[in-house]
Design a protein around this ligand. Structure first.
Ligand SMILES: C[S@@+](CC[C@H](N)C(=O)[O-])C[C@H]1O[C@@H](n2cnc3c(N)ncnc32)[C@H](O)[C@@H]1O
Length: 330
């Protein structure tokens, strides 16, 4: 849905361009096509990509290289902005315009753009939105994806800019791994076919694969799925990673266990709709008697939701911040 941020990005954009990149801005497709036939769209979130005619979507973000105008929604993560600024490089006259609500802007965004471009300026605010304009490429190389070895866990993880958590290990996922390994209040995970639902940088998928399971992984974020695939290659394990919202591509009753560290926000907004939909999906895709292992911030009501939506739920492990639960599907 087009909003005040999209309107301002478009109004600030030069109205002449040979090739236009649209990044996370599905609402600007028709406007961009009014300038040129060479419109290349990349959306990290599958649900945004789904709004765009398939022939305009690029296969890989680096296919945006060489455009002369890039129009983007500024992401919450500075790493994601860093990758956006890097992938649109290729010509000397590329201009990048990124918009956001003013309350979501910060000076560090100018600094990130200032590493990739010699000039950065801000538009006037309008309808609580503002646009950052950057031009004059600095010649910085694209450093994404990044890989980091975690010797304590015995595997590496990978990240694109928009991958949740970058190459760090999320503390909740660390607690989940120790519970899966049998270090909690209940016996560890026994299943052979396991799905890492919301795989992010592949932390859980790598642990599962290294412990000899058949691992499926999925995420709504392209950066997460691509990063998990990179991590699998680096660790020389097999992980079947799919990009999509929820579990639409998986058959009912087809999986023995689902492991998840579910989201607590979508972009800038806190929203539990995704997490609840993920629990309903898990119920459908698990075989009866299959297990959901879930970790979450202890103040969230997910034990109750899992009990109601999936099946009887026990606490498997807890620390001062996180709770790990194990649910047996009805
Ligand atoms: C809290 S992060 C956990 C990432 C990773 N498993 C880890 O442990 O670091 C939640 C992940 O769920 C993904 N996600 C959010 N909504 C989703 C949905 N509807 N379907 C699939 N994945 C989703 C996010 O993109 C994010 O990568």
């Amino acid at each position: 849905m087009r909003d005040a941020v999209d309107d301002l990005i478009w109004d600030e954009a030069p109205k002449q361009a040979g090739a236009v990149a649209l990044i996370d801005t599905p609402a600007l497709v028709d406007d961009a096509l009014s300038l040129t036939d060479d419109v290349r769209v990349w959306c990290d979130d599958w649900r945004d990509a789904d709004l765009v005619p398939a022939e305009l979507l690029v296969e890989h973000p680096t296919d945006l290289a060489g455009v002369d105008l890039a129009l983007a929604r500024l992401p919450k993560s500075l790493a994601a902005l860093d990758e956006m600024a890097a992938i649109v490089q290729g010509t000397t006259d590329v201009t990048f315009l990124g918009g956001a609500k003013i309350k979501h802007l910060n000076r560090s965004m100018n600094d990130v753009l200032g590493r990739h471009f010699t000039a950065v300026s801000a538009s006037l605010g309008r309808a609580k939105a503002r646009v950052l304009r950057a031009w004059g490429p600095s010649g910085l190389e694209n450093e994404w994806p990044k890989v980091r070895e975690h010797a304590d866990l015995g595997f590496a993880v990978a990240a694109h800019g928009a991958t949740f958590g970058g190459t760090k290990i999320d503390p909740g996922s660390r607690l989940l791994i120790s519970a899966l390994a049998g270090g909690g209040r209940v016996p560890g995970l026994e299943a052979d076919d396991v799905l890492d639902f919301g795989c992010g940088n592949g932390t859980l998928a790598m642990w599962l694969a290294q412990s000899g399971r058949n691992v499926l992984a999925c995420d709504v974020s392209w950066s997460a799925v691509a990063a998990t695939a990179v991590a699998a290659e680096v660790n020389e394990v097999d992980v079947d990673a799919l990009w999509g919202p929820g579990l639409d591509g998986y058959e009912d009753g087809s999986v023995d266990a689902i492991i998840t560290n579910p989201p607590f926000h979508r972009g800038f907004s806190k929203d539990s709709t995704d997490t609840l939909a993920m629990f309903d999906d898990a119920r459908r895709v698990l075989r009866p008697g299959g297990e959901v292992w879930c970790v979450f911030n202890s103040h969230l009501p997910w034990r109750k939701e899992l009990n109601e939506r999936v099946g009887p739920t026990k606490v498997a492990a807890q620390d001062p911040h996180y709770t790990v639960t194990v649910t047996t599907a009805r």
